[in-house]
Write a protein that binds this ligand. Structure first.
Ligand code: PMP
Length: 404
């Protein structure tokens, strides 16, 4: 049984009033709220266990190193990968940049990079830069007018262009649409394409088994998975990962240094220069343990029930246009009301304690593709309940009455 009220009690931020109204937090796609276990792990580290890792021979440092590496193993197990295939970064953005920089020497003007119009800017701009540096051709996978992939079209495109690299999102941050990855990745594999999947949005909701998924690289952000900000991860199939050129250089990632030459360690160490965000890594493993303690199927079923309830209610309001694929979604509702500015709706909703996002959602090419300047985005997580939806819809109706 999934007891959402018991779960909500684990998230202190959900208990507060915003503008004298109970907070209705519908911005989990931007960042999720944090369970008490994550807050406690952060405090515990700084209060008692604080020391640098991989350096000292003293007890605290050894304990910190152990906790840091255990956290890597916990998160790796969650994704069904091995610990040495997981690199800590400061977010999904840095993880993608690590890959695009690391591939610079492997690509040239005969190479083809394929991205899609569904991507967050973080999975567009680094590839544009890589194409500029190497002379590679940058192409986009066909996306239907409604923001959905036609699998057959995608497969044909991949067979025709035989890309060197394919970078694609697991779920759209703006629409919540889930990408039909299985077939697309299979087609890419047939062409020996290097594949990177942006899991920043999907990882919390779909809890992917990365070995099964079969991509070469997968990136995620801890803060969108109940964990702290300033931390993310890069999964890389080991040979692929180790074949990337070093990204940032400095201490910790080296084997030997002379004043003129350096040799580097193997992955993941060679990509983790300097002192890492130790507290965040440890707190993130607390987040993952918390998530794993909730049954995956129950979590997903609850999220889908809340999402469907919200869709049902929103569809009853005249003048609402929904852009999300409501049948294939991680729980993100992208919509507009008539031609009202999404910013005005989000601002008015905030007055009722309802937190949503408005704007282009760092997905300007997608907005252009959909023929809009921006939208309102209400994104749900497993800690949302039916009351959140009722309060959101009631507040939206009042906002609309003010705007009409
Ligand atoms: N990709 C997607 C799909 C995202 O939603 C985000 C964050 N909005 C990112 C990448 C970048 O993540 P971060 O800002 O945590 O690096």
């Amino acid at each position: 049984m999934f007891d959402v009220e018991k779960i909500r009690a684990d998230f202190p931020a959900l208990k507060q009033l915003i503008n004298e109204q109970p907070l209705v937090y519908l911005d989990s796609a931007a960042t999720t709220q944090k369970p008490q276990a994550v807050i406690a792990a952060t405090e515990q580290f700084y209060a008692r266990n604080n020391a640098n890792v991989h350096r000292g021979r003293h007890t605290l440092s050894e304990q910190a190193t152990l906790a840091y590496e255990q956290a890597r193993a916990t998160v790796a197990a969650f994704f069904n990968i091995t610990a040495n295939e997981l690199v800590w970064t400061k977010g999904a953005t840095e993880a993608i940049n690590l890959v695009t920089n690391g591939l610079s020497e492997q690509l040239d003007n005969q190479s083809t990079i394929v991205i899609s119009a569904l991507e967050h800017h973080a999975n567009i701009v680094p590839w544009q830069q890589l194409a500029k540096r190497t002379g590679a051709t940058l192409l986009t996978l066909p996306l239907q007018q409604n923001g959905r992939f036609n699998v057959e079209q995608c497969v044909n495109f991949i067979e025709q262009h035989k890309p060197t690299v394919l970078a694609i999102t697991h779920a759209s941050n703006a629409l919540g649409n889930i990408t039909p990855l299985e077939t697309i990745l299979h087609a890419a594999k047939q062409q020996h394409t290097i594949t990177l999947v942006d899991g920043a949005q999907a990882a919390l909701h779909l809890q992917p088994n990365l070995q099964q998924l079969g991509c070469d690289f997968y990136v995620f952000s801890a803060h969108k998975m109940l964990g702290p900000t300033g931390l993310g991860g890069l999964y890389g199939r080991y040979e692929r990962l180790n074949s990337l050129a070093v990204y940032q250089t400095g201490g910790e990632m080296i084997e030997t240094v002379t004043l003129t030459e350096t040799t580097f360690r193997q992955a993941p160490a060679k990509f983790e220069s300097g002192t890492p965000n130790i507290a965040a890594v440890i707190a993130f493993s607390a987040a993952i343990k918390y998530l794993v303690s909730l049954d995956k199927t129950n979590v997903y079923t609850h999220e889908q029930a809340i999402f469907n309830y919200a869709v049902e209610k929103l569809q009853l309001i005249d003048g609402i246009t929904i852009y999300s694929d409501i049948n294939n979604n991680i729980g993100t509702l992208c919509f507009n009301y008539k031609d009202e500015h999404p910013f005005d709706i989000a601002t008015l909703l905030d007055g009722y304690g309802v937190a949503v996002r408005s704007g282009h959602h760092c997905a300007q090419p997608l907005m252009q593709h959909l023929g809009i300047n921006g939208s309102v985005r209400a994104s749900f997580a497993f800690y949302n309940n039916h009351k959140d939806v009722d309060l959101f819809i009631a507040a939206l109706q009042e906002c609309i009455a003010l705007l009409d």
